[in-house]
Design a protein around this ligand. Structure first.
Ligand SMILES: Cc1cc2nc3c(=O)[nH]c(=O)nc-3n(C[C@H](O)[C@H](O)[C@H](O)COP(=O)(O)OP(=O)(O)OC[C@H]3O[C@@H](n4cnc5c(N)ncnc54)[C@H](O)[C@@H]3O)c2cc1C
Length: 422
């Protein structure tokens, strides 16, 4: 009998840790997530069922520590040349169980990529923030506070808009930054965040990359408040809400790198965020394949298992094809992140455009696949007991974030077709 491990990975190219880590996370997902995930939707405020699973994975098993240097209690992944492929596998395994959990867990790394990954480790800030994540057995969350009420996509659209629409301001007053602004939607806001990475401008309206600032703000800093979580179509494990920064003061050293460099490495966050999103699609598709395998083997039509009918077999072939190709493409993207010496810097416009391409393509494929699976399952496709409708609601959200499909298309067209204005 086939299993999800029959879907192809580039075995000659992946981390030696791929299976050891992947199987540990799979075991966690089987015990702590899959048996409970149907209760997650109603748990979006309290996280009564969700929190114990996070505590286990991130706190007890230590998976929130991986990026930090070993001498600070971390696992040293920030200097691994397999950081992309290792992350890809972990994200895929978590998303197979629950892609909302995968994004909440993945975004713990997101702002930390700025300071904990070679070739731009900021050891002073790593030392400052490592205890939040490394000195505890409980889950701790970070957030990338980027999106604002007037728009998220324009802030990510660095090449054309250069940060000129950012309204959250950072003003240097002696040895402190004073931050004012309103963010919304960041993953791990909605009350759970411990550490924000805040996208700010030091000169509103400016397109100069020197004026783009990425500043860390511990969530308990006076003047920083989080609203309650929004209720979304799915992904209840990821809390999203409003954050207000009112005369929030942090030390000058909490800026990630400084003029020019913050803007440059922020683009790396965009490419890695898109790569992780492809992993979420890949993980969901593996679970869709598993659940559907059960369904089409058990259900019968004209006395034969559903899968033994020509029309059904054609659709099943397409679904397996799409899960297989998304996995190959996703791992290829992860490998590109691991080998900047061959593929260019992770913050290059090329890597950003290509990661966006894989993300929006895989999200489209994932949505089509879920539609086909639901058609095959008929009413059971909408039945919570089969989990397919959950993945359908969750995956739609993957399609919408990071500027949505349109920004993805704009950045891909710009790079491949040398556009100058879009
Ligand atoms: C579950 C979830 C998690 C999220 N996590 C985070 C997070 O961690 N941090 C964070 O800061 N935000 C986060 N977001 C917010 C998300 O990234 C933004 O909602 C998204 O980037 C779009 O921004 P917007 O909603 O402000 O839409 P807008 O930017 O206002 O865009 C509106 C529409 O215009 C389209 N558009 C934008 N630019 C162009 C263009 N150049 N050409 C053509 N069309 C364009 C967009 O695709 C969209 O359809 C999250 C959202 C969700 C749902």
């Amino acid at each position: 009998m086939r299993s999800i491990d029959d879907f192809t990975r580039p075995l000659e190219n992946i981390s030696p840790m791929d299976d050891p880590l992947g199987l540990i996370v799979r075991d966690w997902a089987e015990k702590y997530v899959i048996p409970h995930r149907r209760k997650f939707d109603e748990d979006y405020v309290d996280h009564k069922f969700i929190e114990p699973a996070f505590d286990k994975l991130m706190g007890e098993m230590g998976m929130q520590r991986v990026l930090f240097p070993e001498n600070m209690g971390g696992w040293g992944f920030g200097r691994s040349d397999h950081v992309g492929t290792s992350m890809y596998r972990i994200m895929e395994e978590v998303a197979r169980a629950d892609s909302g959990m995968a994004v909440a867990y993945g975004v713990v790394y997101w702002p930390l990529l700025m300071i904990a990954v070679e070739p731009h480790v900021n050891y002073e800030l790593c030392k400052e923030f490592a205890p939040i994540f490394c000195d505890t057995e409980e889950a701790r969350f970070a957030a990338n506070a980027m999106t604002e009420p007037q728009g998220g996509s324009d802030i990510e659209n660095m090449e054309i808009l250069g940060g000129s629409t950012i309204q959250t301001t950072a003003v240097l007053d002696g040895d402190e930054w004073v931050i004012n602004g309103h963010k919304l939607w960041p993953t791990n806001s909605g009350g759970v965040c411990n550490l924000f990475g805040v996208v700010c401008t030091t000169n509103p309206g400016s397109r100069d990359p020197d004026d783009f600032a990425f500043i860390f703000v511990p969530a308990d800093t006076p003047g920083c408040t989080q609203g309650p979580p929004y209720q979304k179509a799915g992904m209840a494990a990821d809390k999203n809400g409003d954050i207000w920064f009112e005369n929030v003061r942090v030390p000058k050293s909490y800026r990630a790198h400084g003029p020019g460099l913050d803007a440059m490495y922020f683009k790396e966050m965009v490419s890695l965020g898109n790569m992780a999103s492809t992993a979420f699609v890949g993980g969901v598709l593996l679970n869709v394949w598993e659940r559907l395998y059960e369904f089409v083997s058990e259900e019968t039509y004209k006395g034969q298992p559903l899968k033994e009918h020509d029309a059904v077999a054609g659709l099943l072939a397409d679904i397996a094809r799409d899960a297989e190709v998304v996995r190959i493409v996703g791992y290829q993207n992860a490998r590109m992140m691991d080998r900047p010496d061959i593929y260019g810097a992770r913050w290059s416009d090329e890597q950003v455009a290509k990661a966006r391409l894989y993300k929006y393509w895989s999200a489209d494929v994932g949505m089509e696949t879920l539609g086909k699976a639901m058609n095959l399952m008929s009413v059971y496709g909408a039945d919570r007991d089969w989990d397919i409708e959950k993945h359908w609601r969750d995956l739609k959200i993957v399609q919408l974030w990071l500027g949505g499909k349109q920004l993805g298309q704009a950045e891909v067209a710009r790079w491949f077709w040398d556009l100058e204005t879009v």
